[in-house]
Ligand binder design. Sequence first.
Ligand code: PRX
Length: 651
Amino acid sequence: MTDPNQPIEALLAEKRVFPPSRDFHEQAIVRDVAIYAKANKDPEAFWAEAAQSLDWFQKWDKVLDWKPPQARWFVGGKINVSHNCLDRHVATWRRNKAAIIWEGEPGEERVLTYADLYREVNKFANVLKRLGVKKGDRVTIYMPMVPELPIALLACARIGAPHSVVFGGFSAESLRDRINDAQSKIVITADGSYRRGQIVPLKRNVDAALQGCPCVESVILLRRLGETASIHVQAGRDHWWHRLMADAPSYCQPEVMDSEDPLFVLYTSGTTAKPKGILHTTAGYLLGASLTHKWVFDVKEEDVFWCTADIGWVTGHSYIVYGPLANGTTGLMYEGSPDWPEKDRWWALIEKYRVNILYTAPTAIRAFMRWGEKYPNSHDLSSLRLLGSVGEPINPEAWMWYHEAIGKGRCPIVDTWWQTETGMILISPLPGITTTKPGSATFPLPGINADVVDEAARSVPLGGGGYLVLKSPWPAMARTIYGDQDRYVEVYWKRFGKNVYFAGDGCKRDEEGYFWLLGRVDDVMNVAGHRISTMEVESALVDHPEVAEAAVIGKKDEIKGEAIAAFVTLKEGSTASPDKMNELRQHVVKKIGPIARPDNIYFAAELPKTRSGKIMRRLLRDIAEGRALGDTTTLADPAVVAVLRGQYEEG
Ligand code: PRX
């Protein structure tokens, strides 16, 4: 969480600039800056022209129906996402082009051409239908990073069943809540997956989750680990993927979907303990994902594109699955961890598959930076021609390291700002025309009307900071929070009016209009690029029978951006100890998942509160980060802080 008023002069004083090289500019897909003016002049005409790139069963009657805060795009259009990602490619020479190059963590390799992917998706779509999945039914997917994961997504899209992918790092309880919220009839999973040489027990988590999910009728179980996995298969409910596929018919007619029919739900954290099911629809989302994939990454027919995200997050949805496949791109997909078996795994993959475009997160870049240049230097990275960053602000040092150690000074960097809710990249350089500055996401893309405003919703002049907002709709924007339209309006469309989307991020603009993202302005943490709510972790902690009260903050961390620090008061009769600390950490892992494990748990006799009883998180952050304490005059009992701080320093 950031105070948008904090001084960031150091950032804005960044004087290094990187214009595109002449060579890059000349070969780029987007070469003409006039594209911004054209899009601004008539945004609807701009998006309508762009939408010609998709294959429609029936064209739309109206580009945009905007009744703030509700947008409908390409009204009346009929389209199918899986048809766009597969059928139209297999009808051309791309039939035998690699769609997905996959490598498992233990080293297995698979290449699926567009024809292979088409066949598998058609068959799996028929499998889903045979299990009773119909248009509009939700399907929860909890799978490893294997080709069957995009196959499952595309099969859902083919039959019009919205998918809800749950990241494998979430616990059984988190999975259960998401299944129940979406009311899924089917869960697709695997016997397990590999992570850093360890086995992730996906099926065991599903079994535990399903004890509280009466809506689920069937589980489809992929064999990933094989004989070594000791799993329970429940007769009647659980079906092996390979058995179902063995006699599935090889063609499934794609469902004719309305532009505004739901494509997927993806849960993300907000400021309350309950995750939000962000709902995306069909045509606008596909257009946004595919167009930005092509323009921002300058993707050419022959490129190998590698987005290192997990498909459990929106980055994987838009830039592993939908954007690249709609564009007929060859994508690399890797199952495991960057440091397994050695810290050079990614660079080895780039060398081996001659990856041209790499899209990753600052947290990974900072980890590589710490590990040192000997790892990238031991591989031939000359195939790389463009580098991308996403998920959190990239500090200028990490940007420069990425540029020099990985890009060898040749590759433009696109720092892309967006969110689960935006569906597509909104603020980013266009690499053939934008002069970049290390640490800035530069400018809103053509057709995107972003602004920085103050508390009173007034636009802040260049040079100043405030809240990042979007003042016009865009095609891939979320349409609602699944099952909770009121919350959707409340969270995003109220603070600055019903015409203005509030992103939840602080932002400054320099005198040249460059956007510098500052992080969240709400109680959402960004831990190693994962969005986690302080409230979620707090409620997991107070769920423990011995915890009386908990306050959680994101503490600055050199690698992860933010680390989770929890301040806990125990109930009478319980005593603080290192064992108790581990027990509480484990409790959070059980409730939410390993990604939310607190780095520090600090026991306190009392938490600092204002006279009105609000926990003063700012003070806790000051304590956790070892800063001089700010103003404590509103504190009910200033002695609490002194005691806390003394203990913290000892600990
Ligand atoms: O705070 C911003 C940060 O990540 C948040 C969105 O998280 P999520 O929905 O999980 O999506 C992440 C991947 C799109 C934003 O509100 N964020 C994302 N990209 C950037 C960023 N912050 C600064 N710079 C970025 N490039």
